[in-house]
Design a protein around this ligand. Structure first.
Ligand code: NDP
Length: 451
């Protein structure tokens, strides 16, 4: 339910941003949490502050022409939405996926603003990407595409302005090509302009692992509030990209057993526990499809593959669910199945992977539920640590960086929990995350005046 004072703001957002359902969904979820805030502090309704938070500071859309290996000219569309810079330079990843459009990038940038605020670090919110599909493209094609995208994007970014990173379809390879072209165009070795770089040219240890590890730390903190831990728990992780792989790694380190992972072609169930080395071999080295895991595991291993559309990965019984693929992948029906199968906790590794109906069902059933803007904030937090290391020309050990990540995730957990308590909704991490993130951004915006 949305407070009646906030309803006109939502209606204005819907009217000004037609055909952008993901953006509408993200705004609605935050506004639903803010009724209790404006009741306590009506000053947030002044100076169109909430309306301004819902409107990106700047949106850039551009043509990205490039030449494929056959010599044909291809055209994609590039996006950068610079959502909010009240707390620091815009910060947020680039997504390369055929489904990318301005509404998706706006939802991601909006979420990112509150997520970055929750980290307590001096970073604003932004997001970008392209409808380019890197799948089945050669390295040379990916390089030419990245160079063309950066030829336009470089005008809009900078280490004090806007600092992109990776997201779906953008990993270490793409960040390398993007950074190379930025360096060439600007004639500056401005390491802090992009994060997610490889270690040997300014990257941070533990950045690759950070989002998956961070979500695992967050869930561990939630489980601890009920005297539980990952030890001996069955876990399902959707996706098999960056976030998913390092969630599997950390869950295993904490004594849990991951029994299923997926990609867009389907999911693999391995009740003996997903073999991390084989998963990395398929996804990180071969850039293959998840079904190839079975070929490596060998006949008679007991593992099996279910094609996309035939079933849902959330049909696999588990104690903990970690949706780590994409938005709206966990539906109301999936949530009902999870509850029937006795799930205890769900932590969102991906951005907005659960539908509003799914969240309601999980929360009503008393399942510990961590929203993405809190649970997956470890990635951007470690990106901010990468910026710190770049600024001080320093390079920290893995242990030091991971210890900072763990501390940040504990603090985000505690902030969400205490904010939910303060606003009369104990255990509601969605409300806690939305309010705590909002208040930090809103206070900065009030201090900066109407800009
Ligand atoms: P990757 O590209 O490394 O992996 C994405 C995974 O999700 C792949 O297994 C992919 O399968 C699957 N996937 C993507 N789109 C779909 C779809 N439409 N249907 C089914 N499966 C899909 O991305 P990341 O791991 O980096 O990102 C995953 C999620 O985590 C995203 O929501 C992202 O925004 C979020 N996130 C990422 C952060 C990071 O640091 N990387 C930080 C915070 C959030 P396939 O290969 O078949 O497409």
């Amino acid at each position: 339910m949305i407070d009646e004072k906030l309803q006109p703001i939502l209606e204005q957002v819907l009217q000004r941003n037609p055909g952008e359902p993901e953006f509408h969904q993200a705004v609605r979820e935050v506004l639903e949490s803010l009724g209790r805030v404006i009741a306590k502090n009506p000053a947030y309704l002044e100076q169109a502050l909430i309306e301004r938070i819902c409107e990106p500071e700047r949106q850039i859309i551009f043509r990205v022409p490039w030449i494929d290996d056959k010599g044909h000219v291809q055209i994609n569309r590039g996006f950068r939405v610079q959502f909010n810079s009240a707390l620091g330079p815009y910060k947020g990843g680039l997504r390369f996926h055929p489904t990318v459009n301005v509404g998706i990038i706006k939802f991601l940038g909006f979420e990112q603003t509150f997520k970055n605020a929750l980290t307590g670090m001096p970073i604003g919110g932004g997001k970008g990407g392209s409808d380019f599909n890197p799948r089945d493209r050669s390295d040379a094609e990916v390089m030419r595409f990245c160079q063309s995208l950066m030829t336009e994007l470089h005008r809009h970014i900078g280490e004090e302005t806007d600092v992109p990173a990776g997201d779906i379809g953008v990993g270490g390879r793409e960040i390398g090509y993007l950074f190379g072209q930025y360096k060439r165009l600007t004639n500056r070795y401005e390491a802090g302009v992009l994060t997610g770089k490889a270690l040997f040219y300014g990257g941070s240890r533990a950045r690759t692992e950070a989002t998956g590890y961070g979500n695992t730390y967050f869930i561990q903190a939630m489980l601890a509030t009920r005297g539980q831990s990952f030890d001996g728990k069955k876990v399902v992780v959707s996706g098999s990209g960056n976030v998913a792989i390092y969630s599997v790694e950390k869950v295993q380190a904490f004594g849990g057993k991951v029994v299923a992972v997926s990609d867009s072609s389907g999911y693999v169930v391995d009740q003996s526990g997903i073999n991390l080395e084989l998963l990395k071999e398929v996804k990180e080295f071969r850039r293959g499809r998840i079904a190839e895991y079975l070929d490596l595991k060998g006949a008679g291993s007991g593992a099996h593959f279910v094609k996309a559309g035939v079933g849902s990965i959330w049909d696999v019984p588990c104690d903990v669910g970690m949706p780590s693929a994409t938005q709206n992948e966990l539906t109301g029906k999936d949530a009902k199945t999870l509850v029937t199968n006795g799930v205890i906790a769900v932590g969102e590794g991906a951005n907005m992977p659960s539908t509003p109906e799914a969240i309601r069902i999980l929360q009503e059933a008393g399942v510990l539920f961590a929203p993405g803007k809190a649970a997956n904030a470890g990635g951007v937090a470690t990106s901010a640590l990468e910026m710190q290391q770049n600024a001080s020309r320093d390079s920290w050990s893995f242990d030091k960086t991971e210890a900072r990540l763990a501390e940040i995730m504990r603090t985000i957990h505690d902030t969400c929990a205490s904010t939910a308590d303060e606003y009369g909704a104990p255990g509601d991490y969605v409300l806690g995350a939305n309010i705590a993130g909002f208040v930090r951004v809103a206070e900065a915006m009030r201090a900066l005046g109407v800009i």
